[in-house]
Design a protein around this ligand. Structure first.
Ligand SMILES: O=C(O)CCC(=O)C(=O)O
Ligand SMILES: [Fe+2]
Length: 343
């Protein structure tokens, strides 16, 4: 990625401090081998206080993760010419690309995206009133040859884990464990493999600028390099999420924030880059079906706690959000805040 390219330069207020790394011991690590009341209570506290936690004893075979990570490293190691054979474009947003923007600044990373359901249905455009639906189809590279199967097998594990977490989170909100599962019948979930090359100016650029995840849940595998930072709710400090071998980092996204009527918050996070080492992370974005209308759960609202959001269509929200991934836009990215009911 060469010399300092102005596209990557973060505005002063977003620039990371490369020497300060607060590693929070407090970001909870939860053993989810059982769905006991204690585990549910731990999840509730983690979601309220952090919006982030790590899980261990989650049931995902380590081998599947290792195979997927190795295949991903081989893919990103290919020549640009080879990678660009599966490059995404305006037509198909899936595949390889290296020019994502978060909040209008280019991220220092390369990406490979694929959906879980092939095809995945989403609205054809973000325009309200345009009811046309389109099919997203995955593009798989020829090399390495094991890439597709490795990714698909790993993804099946992510789906299983996500449904399990969804049940735990529903229970932690005091609604039946299966209360939320129906919203994922035709889920628009996708996997993103993030490859962050070493960056010569880690004080100016970010791997991913500050953002919130727009789906329901994110289940993230990170390698041992570190770089993900979470904005601590208490004081706004950026806290490094410590890499733990074979753990998954879970965060609640905007959809759970709205379902929970702000009991749980989708927390801002960002990724710092490393001057010497490459880093790989694999987030699984667990998203509802495109036609789901997202609004606070009836069970959680009453006269004293009225709904804090107007309902919105998940698919339209998602397509609007993705508009800004490609290029610089002159408008602010859409946020669930825009559906907030003024008090
Ligand atoms: O690489 C990471 O650790 C996090 C990436 C992330 O936040 C995202 O892709 O939404
Ligand atoms: Fe994220």
């Amino acid at each position: 990625m060469g010399d300092v390219n102005p596209d990557f330069i973060q505005p002063t207020e977003y620039r990371p401090n490369p020497t300060s790394t607060i590693e929070a011991k407090e970001i909870p690590v939860i053993d989810i081998s059982s769905a006991s009341d204690e585990v549910i209570a731990e999840i509730k506290e983690a979601c309220e206080k952090w919006g982030f936690f790590q899980v261990v004893n989650h049931g995902v075979p380590l081998k599947k993760r290792e195979i997927a990570e190795l295949a991903a490293r081989k893919f990103f190691g290919l020549s640009m010419e080879e990678k660009k054979k599966v490059r995404r474009d305006e037509e198909n947003p899936l595949g390889y690309y290296d020019s994502e923007h978060t909040k209008n600044v280019r991220d220092w990373k390369e990406i490979f995206d694929f959906t879980v359901q092939d095809p995945t249905l989403i609205p054809a455009s973000h325009e309200i009133g345009d009811d046309e639906i389109k099919e997203l189809r995955n593009q798989w590279p020829d090399y390495p040859p094991e890439f597709r199967v490795a990714c698909e097998e790993y993804t099946q594990e992510m789906v299983k884990l996500s449904f399990k977490l969804l049940e735990l989170i529903a229970s932690s909100l005091g609604v039946p464990a299966d209360r939320l599962s129906g919203y994922f019948k035709d889920h628009a979930s996708f996997v993103r493999i993030n490859y962050y090359p070493p960056c010569p100016y880690p004080d100016l650029a970010l791997g991913v600028g500050p953002h919130k995840d727009s789906g329901a849940l994110t289940v993230l595998a990170q390698d041992d390099i570190g770089g993900l930072e979470v904005k601590r709710k208490m004081d706004g400090a950026w806290i490094l999420v410590k890499p733990i071998p074979d753990a998954y980092i879970i965060n609640v996204g905007d959809v759970i924030q709205v379902w929970s009527n702000d009991k749980y918050e989708s927390v801002e996070h960002r990724v710092k880059v490393n001057p010497d080492k490459e880093r790989l992370s694999i987030p699984f974005f667990f998203n509802p079906s495109h036609y789901v209308m997202v609004k606070p759960l009836n069970e959680l609202i009453d006269k004293q706690n009225p709904a804090k959001y107007r309902e919105y269509n998940y698919g339209k929200f998602y397509t609007t959000r993705r508009l800004s991934d490609f290029k610089k836009l002159n408008v602010e990215n859409i946020q669930v805040l825009h559906f907030r009911i003024q008090e």
